[in-house]
Design a protein around this ligand. Structure first.
Ligand SMILES: [Zn+2]
Ligand SMILES: [Zn+2]
Length: 215
């Protein structure tokens, strides 16, 4: 496995924030969930220790747990978070959700250039990532697929032995199953899926054993 992808687990939801080292001194953060001072220090120290310049902030989707650090990323690194337009309703609800959960949250920043699905390519130095729209957990959820290095940054669509919840606004179980089958299970078995929560898995393992969505 390439070791340019670093996983941080942040905030009370144990959300996985990923940092992709482009291999050229630059890096992209996915789903910035760092919420406490210590989590933000950890993230920034990691960048400094590798002498990385953060150049992009991408979101798989805009649930609260994936955007708790979005405003801090803007203040610290000047990078506006980019998400798919179809997930703006999720984004618009994040602050209200924080209030409901009783979680302190910075106000959300402006959004950056919208992500285009389906099939657009984002270049991250050595890594080209294909954007695939995979709704069902949220309306405008996307996954980022790196074909050359066989991995997916998958957010809350497919988990190790589970799938994303579908009981939140914009969620729909049959849409989620369709997204998993069409957007993830069509990838080769060896592709690693790095989810928004829990341990990574592979397409092959989930196709064979996932109790919720079979191939
Ligand atoms: Zn979510
Ligand atoms: Zn999540």
């Amino acid at each position: 496995m390439m070791n340019d992808l670093h996983t941080f687990t942040f905030n009370v939801f144990s959300e996985n924030t990923y940092l992709l080292d482009h291999g050229n001194g630059e890096a992209t953060v996915f789903d910035p969930g760092m919420s406490s001072f210590d989590e933000r220090e950890d993230f920034d120290s990691f960048l400094q220790s590798r002498e990385l310049k953060l150049v992009e902030c991408l979101l798989t989707h805009a649930h609260l747990d994936h955007v708790l650090g979005a405003n801090w990323i803007v203040e610290k690194y000047g990078l506006l978070p980019r998400l798919h337009d179809l997930d703006i309703p999720t984004w618009d609800m994040a602050e209200k959700s924080a209030h409901v959960y009783g979680i302190p949250m910075d106000p959300l920043p402006s959004r950056g250039v919208p992500l285009e699905g389906q099939g657009s390519i984002i270049s991250c130095g050595n890594y080209d990532l294909e954007v695939r729209l995979a709704p069902g957990h949220s309306l405008g959820h996307v996954v980022f697929v790196c074909h050359e290095y066989s991995f997916v940054i998958g957010g809350d669509v497919l988990f190790n032995g589970s799938v994303g919840r579908t009981d939140l606004p914009g969620g729909d179980a049959s849409t989620l199953a369709k997204s998993i089958v069409e957007q993830l299970y069509t990838l080769p078995d060896n592709f690693e899926v790095h989810p928004g929560h829990g341990l990574s898995t592979t397409v092959g393992k989930e196709k064979a054993t996932n109790p919720f969505v079979h191939s």
